[in-house]
Every structure is written in structure tokens, then in C-alpha cells.
Design a protein around this ligand. Structure first.
Ligand code: GH3
Ligand code: MG
Ligand code: MG
Ligand code: MG
Length: 303
């Protein structure tokens, strides 16, 4: 990992001794962005707010000690994945074991040796960077760069629960390119791929709210999740998305006589989540509506 890259990474030092903080900061500041906290409580707060890439954690501190800080950070959704390295004067096997069992990735004893700290921090920063990258890639579709179906499942589950708690409606749209097999057959698979990319770029444009999202659901199918969105609003948005694709005017001679361009059909559904419904049912309904749109001549919205 190049140095300028590491400079974008943040290391949080949590220690009750100002001298220790200063010493560690001196060692690491040429390579990383440094944040400091001089108590367990403030360390947890900084970690929650700033989400550092790594935490160097002292153990012996008044009030909340390092073990407890580690336990709380590992129990929190936003902080669980931040790697923690204990750095402590406690050298007993039991102490180190306890730290590692709490989920720390490493344990350094004080007085520490500078090159060792640097090397161990560097290793953990690199590992965290790699795992973040893998996690990100696992949720993105490589062709269109849209979030993929796996991400859709996560988001739908999350937004479903959120709307259930607030008793707000949630809308779903299933979108499918019309006669795409014929497009591939006629213009070739590479042209099909280019078309998919263009459509994927156009589809999100009418979605203005940050919580609205669209995913590549499968081959030439896309799915949108619109939390806190009423059915009537979703229908209007779907119509805008249909037009957005029609206006790309990508020639498709086999599509239809009246519209010899690439078009999409869209199925829309909405519900206010309850104990009697589930997200799967909503997707199934959207699929039924999509089927109706296909049967109604394609290039249209049904809900
Ligand atoms: P309909 O209007 O009923 O949806 O007809 P269709 O031809 O679009 O539907 P069908 O499901 O029969 O065919 C989908 C086609 O999408 C078949 C497949 O070759 C193509 N396809 C799926 N994924 C990709 C892809 O990543 N790239 C390309 N180029 N084509 C793809
Ligand atoms: Mg201490
Ligand atoms: Mg399809
Ligand atoms: Mg299709």
C-alpha cells in the first residue's frame, strides 16, 4: 500500500496517559491521520462518530478499562469491524488471551519498540483495507456498477423493518428490458452489454431521495426499493423511468413496430409492512405486475 494511501487511514489512540498518547502519535503520524482520546468513554464516542480504520487501545484506565471499551465496540453495529490492537503494560498470558478473546486483532506490550508497532499497525490497516474492498465488491455488479441482488436483499430487509416500525408505506418496482434476447441475437452480446450499461445509468436519474435505490436484480432485470413512498408516487416514478429508457433511443429493430427502440416494462407494488406480510410477498407481487405489463404490450407500467 503506497504511503499517500495510508495517509487517508485514521488511527485512533485511546490511552489515559498524555505521554503515551504523544509517544504513539509521534511514531505513527507520518503515515496516518491520528485521532486521540484520553478515556474509555471518550474513545468509544470518537470511534462511533469517526469510524477510524484502527484503534490502539490501552487497558489500564480509570472508569471504563480497555477490555470494556473493546467489548462495547465489538457489540456496536457501526464499530464492530474496526480492528483493535491492545497496547498495554500487562504482560501476563491471561491478560493477552483475554484481549484477543474479546476480539482484538493483536496485543503489543509496553514499553513498545517503534518498528514493531509500525509494522503491526501497517499489517492490520492493510488487512482492513482489503476486507473493506472485498465487502464492497461483493455487493456491486461488475457490468453496470449498480448494487447487486445480494445488496438488494440487505437493503429490502433493512427498509422493510424501518417502515414497519414507522408504519410507513414501502414501494417496489421490478423493471425488465423488452425483447432483450432478440437484441442480443441481432446486435450481438457486446452491444447487449453496452445497452445494459446505458440503461443502468439512466434508470436512477428520476430517483431524487437518498433512501431510494435501484439494483441489478438479474440478467436484464432491475429492482428499485422506495422506502416511505406511496403507491401513487411510485407509479409516477416508474413512468419517468420508463420514459428515461425510451428516450435513450437505442435502436432495436425487433422490439416493436411502433417503438423500434429499447424499452422496459415495469411492475409496481406498495404496502405498509405488517405482521401478516413479508418482503418476499412484495417482490412476488411486483413480478406479477411486471408479467401484466409484458402481457399489455410491453413498454409500459403496471401496478
Ligand atoms: P421479454 O420482453 O419478455 O422480457 O423478453 P426478453 O427477450 O427480454 O426475455 P428473456 O428472459 O427471454 O431474455 C433475456 C435475455 O437477456 C437473454 C440473455 O441473453 C440476455 N442477458 C441477460 N444478461 C445479460 C448480460 O449480462 N449481457 C447481455 N448482453 N445479455 C444478457
Ligand atoms: Mg493506562
Ligand atoms: Mg427477464
Ligand atoms: Mg426481458
Amino acid at each position: 500500500m503506497p504511503t499517500e494511501f495510508r495517509k487517508e487511514k485514521t488511527v485512533l489512540i485511546i490511552d489515559d496517559s498524555p505521554i503515551n498518547i504523544e509517544h504513539l502519535a509521534q511514531v505513527l503520524k507520518s503515515e496516518y491521520n491520528i485521532k486521540v482520546a484520553n478515556s474509555g468513554a471518550s474513545g468509544i464516542e470518537v470511534a462511533r462518530k469517526q469510524r477510524p480504520d484502527l484503534i490502539l487501545l490501552d487497558i489500564v484506565m480509570p472508569n471504563i478499562d480497555g477490555y470494556e471499551v473493546c467489548r462495547r465496540l465489538k457489540a456496536g453495529d457501526g464499530t464492530r469491524k474496526i480492528p483493535i490492537i491492545f497496547i498495554s503494560t500487562k504482560t501476563d498470558v491471561e491478560d493477552e488471551t483475554r484481549g484477543l478473546e474479546l476480539g482484538a486483532v493483536d496485543y503489543i506490550t509496553k514499553p513498545f519498540r517503534t518498528p514493531i508497532v509500525k509494522a503491526r499497525v501497517r499489517t492490520q490497516i492493510q488487512l482492513k483495507h482489503n476486507s473493506d474492498l472485498l465487502e464492497k465488491l461483493a455487493l456491486i455488479d461488475a457490468l453496470t456498477n449498480l448494487p447487486n441482488r445480494r445488496r438488494f436483499e440487505q437493503i429490502l430487509k433493512r427498509e422493510w423493518s424501518r417502515c414497519r416500525r414507522s408504519q410507513a408505506p414501502i414501494s417496489i418496482m421490478l423493471l425488465d428490458i423488452d425483447h432483450f434476447k432478440q437484441f442480443n441475437d441481432h446486435y450481438g452480446h457486446p452491444a447487449g452489454d453496452r445497452c445494459l450499461k446505458q440503461v443502468a445509468q439512466a434508470l436512477p436519474l428520476p430517483l431524487k431521495r437518498p433512501a431510494d435505490s435501484i439494483f441489478r436484480y438479474g440478467g436484464e432485470e432491475f429492482i428499485a426499493v422506495l422506502p416511505e413512498t406511496e403507491y401513487s408516487v411510485a407509479l409516477k416514478l416508474a413512468e419517468k423511468m420508463r420514459l428515461q429508457v425510451a428516450n435513450l433511443a437505442i435502436p432495436h429493430a425487433q422490439s416493436s413496430d411502433t417503438h423500434p427502440y429499447i424499452s422496459i416494462s415495469i411492475g409496481v407494488t406498495a404496502t405498509t409492512p405488517s405482521s401478516r406480510s413479508n418482503p418476499k410477498m412484495l417482490v412476488q407481487l411486483a413480478d406479477t405486475m411486471l408479467y401484466e405489463a409484458k402481457n399489455s404490450g410491453r413498454n409500459c407500467v403496471r401496478g
